[in-house]
Design a protein around this ligand. Structure first.
Ligand code: 6LW
Length: 506
């Protein structure tokens, strides 16, 4: 179906982020009128979520590139925000190519696929490619150039992984700017363009570009660098950087990039991680001019797809889990299954809690500043429940046991039971509500409140604890991820009949 034949939705604007929730380091490519995008995934398994769109605005997850242990080795004692850093996704010579770094085990690896939804190949290891943020680009004679953070570059045989020559430094970014990273190399018109992020992935983040007549430089920096940054400006999206360019099917140019939406008073806390945004790009005198990034932006000049409807409820009625579900570091089939009790998800504890790196967990990214998550849980003689997780040292949990439910808070080295109450044995509905703060009473206001509780038999919500959400933000916890809302088992086998995720943003 060509884009022109897509049903007209008549939309004249679109909402940013186009992929909300922790979907950082976006890399995009186009095949005909289909767009594909991949993101970092760190300690989560499966890794590298892959998305598809026909209009650059509405994206549906079609799979995860790294969905088996042979592709994704995450040591069970590895720290959060390790694992899978930034990928580059390209289409060349009739197939898809994904190059990515596993900082916790195998370093840089290359995968290929004929269908981006998978299956993807086993890894081609790249021992000669250093550092992080590897990029792939091919020149007319078929030479494959691999460019990495720093900014270094080496010729590569992408089928064997062999590097063909030394790694050379080709650019250091803008004078004085730290962390030149996220390089992407493009042949556009008469030039090779080298796009990078610099300034660090925090508030100083920005996008810069340079060009050369040859793929290996020397590169001439754009006089207008950084071509995009929000450092020091009053804008609801901050930390903008780590971008990738794509030419649309109509010849126009667009950029995807990461940004954060801090909430609360100063310094501002972002809780959803680094999200994927879309902005238009124009070309003037051989240099890109990046359009304004706004939360409600003018729609591209083609029909927008109807917004993909994501059901609120996952009934776990299927033998396979939807691709947005993630576990921590691995997912042993016996510990996370919908086959043991048909129509239910069974999580079997491995003797660890959410304070540990190897807890049995199944979650989905929080994608809205205000939202509601509910589960129907039957813990039997076990112990488990529903959690808002940033990492092992920053999570709020509502945990059910046979005759008690309790709210636990882990903030750094502090861990405490915040509330508890007796409950009758049997299935129970647990609920987590996050409510973003929309009016600042003072500079110390946090970004949101997280209320954890149970539903009474008549459905009313009995909140057991309302906790400050700043402690589950990246500014407090550190690292590169965002909140994940999920189910966990800390003892025995715990069964979940359904999981509801519902935006409640006003
Ligand atoms: C990624 C680097 C960065 O490799 O953070 O924001 C690292 N940019 O480019 C992890 O996302």
């Amino acid at each position: 179906m060509s884009v022109s034949s897509l049903p007209e939705t008549g939309a004249t604007t679109f909402s940013n982020p186009v992929i909300p929730g922790f979907h950082p380091d976006p890399s995009i490519c186009r095949v005909g009128e289909d767009y594909y995008l991949a993101c970092s995934s760190f300690e989560y398994f499966p890794g590298v979520p892959v998305f598809h769109s026909r209009d650059l605005v509405h994206w549906s997850q079609i799979g995860n590139a790294l969905d088996r242990p042979g592709q994704l080795r995450l040591p069970l004692d590895s720290r959060s925000s390790g694992g899978i850093y930034a990928p580059t996704l390209r289409h060349h010579d009739g197939r898809f190519w994904l190059i990515v770094t596993n900082v916790s085990s195998d370093g840089n690896m290359l995968f290929t696929a004929t269908d981006p939804a998978g299956p993807w190949s086993d890894p081609v290891r790249l021992p000669g490619v250093p550092g992080i943020d590897p990029d792939l680009a091919w020149d007319e004679d078929g030479t494959c150039w691999c460019t990495v953070a720093g900014v270094g570059q080496v010729r590569l045989d992408p089928r064997t992984g062999e590097t063909l020559g030394p790694v050379r430094k080709v650019w250091s970014g803008s004078p004085g700017a730290k962390a030149p990273e996220a390089p992407h190399l493009y042949r556009i018109g008469d030039y090779w363009y080298l796009l990078i992020a610099e300034g660090g992935t925090e508030r100083g983040h920005g996008v810069s570009i340079a060009r050369s007549r040859t793929p290996d430089g020397p590169f001439e920096p754009c006089p207008a660098n950084p071509v995009l940054t929000h450092r020091g400006i009053d804008h609801p999206v901050q930390n903008t950087g780590h971008a990738d360019l794509v030419q649309a099917h109509d010849g126009s140019w667009w950029m995807v990039l990461l940004g954060v939406r801090p909430g609360g008073g100063t310094p501002g806390w972002h809780v959803l991680g680094r999200e994927t945004f879309l902005v238009p790009v124009d070309w003037v005198d051989g240099w890109p001019v990046v359009g304004e990034l706004s939360l409600r932006a003018p729609a591209p000049p083609w029909p927008l797809q109807p917004v993909p409807v994501t059901p609120v409820r996952d009934d776990f009625d299927l033998s396979v889990l939807a691709p947005h579900w993630v576990s921590l570091r691995h997912r042993p089939p016996a510990d996370c299954t919908t086959k043991e009790r048909p129509g239910w998800l069974t999580l079997r504890a491995r003797g660890a809690s959410l304070d540990d790196t190897d807890v049995t967990f199944l979650g989905r990214r929080q994608q809205h500043l205000s939202c509601r998550a509910r589960v129907l849980v039957d813990v039997g003689e076990g112990r488990g429940g529903l959690a808002v997780r940033l990492d092992e040292r920053h999570h709020y949990d509502i945990e059910a046991a046979s005759e008690e439910v309790r709210v636990l808070a882990r903030i750094g080295s502090v861990s405490t039971v915040v509330a508890s109450r007796p409950v009758p044995p049997g299935p129970l509905v647990l609920r987590v509500e996050t409510a973003a703060v929309d009016t600042l009473t003072d500079a110390l206001t946090g970004p949101d409140t997280i209320t954890l509780g149970i539903e009474e038999p008549d459905g009313t919500f009995a909140g057991l604890a309302a906790l400050d959400g700043r402690y589950l933000s990246t500014e407090v916890a550190g690292g590169f991820t965002g909140r994940v809302l999920g189910m966990f088992a800390s003892s025995g086998a715990v069964h979940f009949d359904w999981f509801d995720y519902e935006p409640t943003d006003r």
